[in-house]
Design a protein. Structure first.
Length: 492
């Protein structure tokens, strides 16, 4: 049945349909039918589809914003496209390009990969001026690559109107999906928990809001220790994030997790990490409470295998890291202080100087001369304190063995004859700083030994180095021969 209607068009509207008139040889009715069919196919048909919902742009943008950071369910892939397409990356991308165009998203997709069916690497570029659509497209395409190709996201580069994602083959789908959640699904776990326990989280949110977030959340085991008037370690929260025992967490990673745990639990206000120094800001007023917080952190540092000192001010606790070298030197100095002798005081100066060498990153040859001067001074003080009027190899050996025992260095003397012997250092903890050999300390202690020899025998001793750790030997050894006919006279 043909229905005839009269319509009125202005010239500018007739000009717009000119291509259709040419196509149909000037047949106006045929041109109008063609236009109607094309419009119906691309736009109006969407409103009559059970699979499509049309939203006003403001409502659509609101829904897109609320869904940001949430990964679609895997089942949505099979609802969006025929699974038979998924064997080919290029065909899947072509399908989504057409699909998004039909939906009016104006999204442009482009992918580069080393294989169309079994890629090991890929780079996906998505362009669109609407950032919310850009992000949603990235999540949908990344879901396809994770589930169907086991490609996990390596890096994401975001720009105002485009996003580039780099992918790499993972061992299984779960790892690839974990990468997807890490980079594009920041709200995934939170929304999942709220969906499972909506009433609980509504009450929690209200409680935090009503109390202006002045609520502390700690693990039940930690709270139990506090109830028992004990200072807890509180390692559970840290280990749950790191997924390993606290003692096995690398220290730098441990500090970052420590900051996250204590700030989100609201135990403290803020934590600043400056190198090896940790500044903890709090709002506690009770001195006992502040002391408990301080000890809580010290316990956690200790559980991680590190030692820190703590200094408290009104609303700040400053924790300073003591390297293992520093711990050893501190113990040695404390032991030396107990005697009060001038000789031990001189050794304290040597050890104190050694403790500063952990900050010297470059090899400094001048340290040998510093050590030389120190060695002469230490033996001069010992000579005066013990009224030694003449040095021989036996006396020198006794004094140096005493010095080694005080600075916790394992050494041994072997006599070749009355005036000759070999001095061996089997273990020197002082040269180990942070678990690594420190050449600067080694330079200093070599100079110290030579300075002591020079003071005692005034160039009348021959030295021959036979072994050095720096030359890949397992110990250091030097052999000495002194001239027994020379008597050293000191001037007062």
């Amino acid at each position: 049945m043909v229905i005839r209607k009269h319509i009125s068009l202005e010239k500018k509207e007739v000009d717009k349909i000119e291509p259709f008139l040419v196509k149909h040889n000037g047949n106006f009715s045929a041109a109008m039918r063609d236009i109607i069919n094309k419009v119906l196919d691309q736009k109006i048909a969407l409103t009559h589809s059970n699979e499509i919902m049309i939203f006003d742009s403001s409502i659509a943008n609101l829904l897109l914003a609320k869904a940001c950071g949430i990964i679609p369910e895997k089942e949505i892939l099979h609802e969006l496209a025929d699974p038979s397409l998924f064997y080919s990356v290029s065909k899947t991308l072509d399908y989504f390009n057409i699909k998004f165009k039909e939906l009016g998203w104006d999204v442009e997709l482009n992918i580069r990969c080393d294989s169309d069916t079994n890629p090991t690497t890929a780079v996906l570029t998505i362009k669109n001026r609407n950032y919310q659509l850009l992000d949603l497209s990235a999540r949908i395409l990344s879901l396809f690559l994770s589930v169907e190709k086991r490609l996990g996201i390596e890096k994401v580069y975001r720009r105002s109107s485009s996003i580039e994602l780099m992918y790499k083959l993972r061992g299984c789908e779960e790892i690839a999906l974990s990468d997807l959640k890490q980079h594009l699904g920041t709200m995934q776990d939170l929304c999942h928990e709220i969906e499972k326990h909506p009433n609980f989280w509504q009450k929690i949110a209200k409680k935090y809001r009503d109390n202006n977030y002045k609520i502390v959340a700690v693990h039940k085991n930690t709270f139990e220790e506090l109830l028992a008037n004990e200072t807890p370690v509180g390692e559970i929260g840290i280990e749950l994030i790191a997924k390993r025992p606290i003692k096995d967490i690398p220290h730098r990673e441990f500090l970052n997790i420590l900051k996250e745990v204590h700030e989100t639990s609201r135990i403290v206000e803020n934590i600043d990490i400056e190198g090896d120094t940790v500044n903890v800001y709090h709002s506690y007023r009770n001195p006992k409470a502040i002391e408990t917080v301080k000890n809580l952190f010290l316990n956690q540092f200790k559980a991680n295998g590190q030692t820190y000192t703590a200094t408290s001010t009104r609303n700040l606790i400053i924790f300073r890291h003591i390297p293992k070298m520093g711990i050893k030197t501190a113990e040695i100095i404390e032991n030396l202080k107990k005697s009060g002798s001038n000789f031990d005081n001189q050794l304290i100066e040597v050890i104190t100087f050694i403790s500063t060498l952990r900050y010297v990153t470059k090899t400094t040859k001048s340290l040998h001369s510093y050590g030389y001067t120190m060695g002469k001074q230490v033996f001069k003080v010992y000579e005066k304190e013990h009224d030694i009027d003449r040095w021989d190899l036996k006396t020198f050996k006794e004094v140096f063995t005493l010095a080694d025992s005080k600075i916790k260095r394992l050494s041994e003397w072997k006599s070749l004859d009355k005036n000759s012997g070999c001095y061996t250092i089997k273990e020197c903890s002082l040269v180990q700083i942070g678990g690594e050999f420190n050449i600067n300390v080694c330079q200093l202690m070599r100079g110290f030994f030579r300075g002591a020899i020079e003071y005692a025998f005034n160039n009348h001793a021959e030295m021959k180095v036979t072994k050095q750790v720096t030359h890949d030997d397992d110990m250091c050894e030097v052999c000495i021969h002194t001239n027994p006919l020379i008597r050293i006279t000191r001037s007062n």
